[in-house]
Design a protein around this ligand. Structure first.
Ligand SMILES: [Mn+2]
Length: 465
């Protein structure tokens, strides 16, 4: 059986139930998934109730209503099957739609999981979209949400574009006019909303001296280009709105700068997914920024607001999300400043900091990632914080750069191993990973992470101290 068969099977089963509860994760992928599923099922006159959960674990499983509705777990569940079993769920009570590693379990819970088919660059929102399209071809109008989930879960990161079945979703959006694709676009965050020199200065992969981390330098670089900016000037120029010819000129100049600096220019380029139906200069215009809006909603405990935006609300819900996004950014900036002011502690292969209870655990990873570009980028950063709801637990988050990943560093395996050895659990991606560990094993955890980094580095390079 291939992925299309599994999609068909999931659609057939879920459509059998007049009442469905969707239990979904609070990140961009989870919110986009919930929206796609509940719109698709609602269109079939199925009564849908949605519950968002931060993390599916023994402490939160009671948030799943104990009623007769059919349960669809989205963006988690594959790794929590024994928890379902312990909580009394029977095989026919639920369906899992997920892209995480499946846990062996005595009850064969049914699931739609792309990993079963060797598809690793696909998120739950992508699966939810393929399911929605199977239910009714007219659900192709939801393709952009599948793309937002995929991009939000970094499925486009490694290959700088979506691949495999996730790419089919892009094609659906293009043919129905909701998505426009820019190949070989500038691989920078904020190209639909921020002045170009700001985007360029925030970008540090590849790192370009005089441009990365240097907004004034980036502005000077642009002013040296032979491009007539007329009235507005570079300070108000948005990349997305620039003519193709001008964009091409800037790309070649950036390529040149990168090569001069001895780096490969490959990562300057990526494929971008734009949403031409959304108002210009809003974050909803671009898959990456749309995902940030949803993540901000989830991280500030308003996943339903994100859901309303996915459903097309551009009024009250969107205004609320805009506020959350501003708040999200200002707290992250504060955290970034805190890290830089406090300073990190150094180990041979690692830099680390503990922020106590000053910042929410949902943003420490983002702050650490931003701080990394202003610190020693050769050394992965580990950030830890207390969990407000459970003082015996510590949340740990790690970030590194693509360059370090290319040298063989895999934060996902390091975090999973070190957490397991110290009584916790962790996972994520090669470039960004997280873990929960017992508070009293923090010190041991740091030592182990440093050792594991050393082992991964060992065969290839010497570390810059
Ligand atoms: Mn996901």
């Amino acid at each position: 059986m291939g992925l299309p068969d599994d999609i068909k099977q999931a659609a057939d089963e879920i459509l059998n139930h007049p009442e469905v509860t969707i239990i979904s994760h609070i990140d961009a992928d989870g919110i986009a998934s919930e929206s796609i599923l509940s719109m698709a099922l609602g269109r079939e006159n199925i009564r849908v109730n949605s519950v968002f959960v931060r993390q599916l674990e023994p402490l939160t499983i009671h948030q799943v209503p104990k009623d007769s509705s059919f349960k669809v777990f989205s963006d988690f569940g594959a790794g929590q099957q024994n928890l379902f079993l312990e909580s009394g769920f029977r095989e026919n009570d639920l369906y899992i739609i997920d892209h995480h590693i499946s846990q062996p379990c005595d009850v064969p819970y049914r699931q739609l999981n792309c990993l079963t088919h060797g598809v690793t660059k696909m998120s739950t929102a992508g699966l939810a979209y393929l399911l929605a399209r199977e239910i009714e071809p007219a659900n192709r109008d939801l393709a952009h949400l599948g793309v937002v989930g995929n991009v939000g879960d970094m499925m486009a990161r490694e290959h700088r574009g979506l691949t495999g079945p996730a790419r089919e979703i892009v094609a659906d959006g293009v043919s129905s006019g909701t998505i426009s694709v820019r190949e070989k676009d500038l691989n920078c965050y904020g190209t639909s909303t921020r002045p170009l020199h700001i985007c360029l200065s925030y970008n540090d992969d590849p790192f370009i001296p005089g441009i990365s981390n240097d907004a004034q330098g980036a502005l000077k670089f642009l002013k040296r280009m032979n491009i007539d900016k007329g009235q507005g000037g570079w300070e108000h120029t948005i990349w997305e709105e620039m003519p193709h010819e001008d964009r091409k000129k800037i790309m070649s100049a950036l390529v040149e700068q990168t090569i001069v600096n001895g780096e490969s220019p490959d990562r300057l380029f990526c494929e971008s997914y734009l949403f031409p139906c959304e108002p210009s200069r809003t974050p909803l215009r671009n898959a990456q920024e749309f995902a940030t809006v949803l993540n901000a909603c989830g991280r500030w405990a308003k996943p339903h607001t994100g859901g309303l935006i996915c459903r097309g609300d551009r009024g009250a819900a969107y205004r609320e999300a805009e506020k959350m996004l501003m708040n999200h950014r200002s707290v992250i900036r504060e955290l970034l400043q805190y890290i830089l002011d406090t300073g990190v502690r150094e180990r041979p292969y690692l830099q680390h900091i503990h922020v106590g209870d000053r910042y929410p655990d949902t943003i420490i990873g983002i702050g650490a990632g931003m701080a990394l570009s202003k610190l020693n980028r050769q050394k992965p950063i580990l950030i830890m914080c207390q969990l407000p709801e459970d003082p015996t637990l510590t949340k740990a988050s790690m970030r590194t750069t693509e360059r370090v990943v290319n040298r063989g560093i895999d934060l996902q395996s390091i975090m999973a191993t070190a957490a397991e050895e110290t009584g916790g659990a962790g996972g994520g991606h090669k470039i960004a990973a997280g873990a929960y560990i017992p508070r009293d094993s923090e010190e041991r955890f740091i030592i182990r992470v440093n050792e594991l980094l050393g082992e991964q580095y060992a065969p290839t390079i010497t570390v810059h101290r």
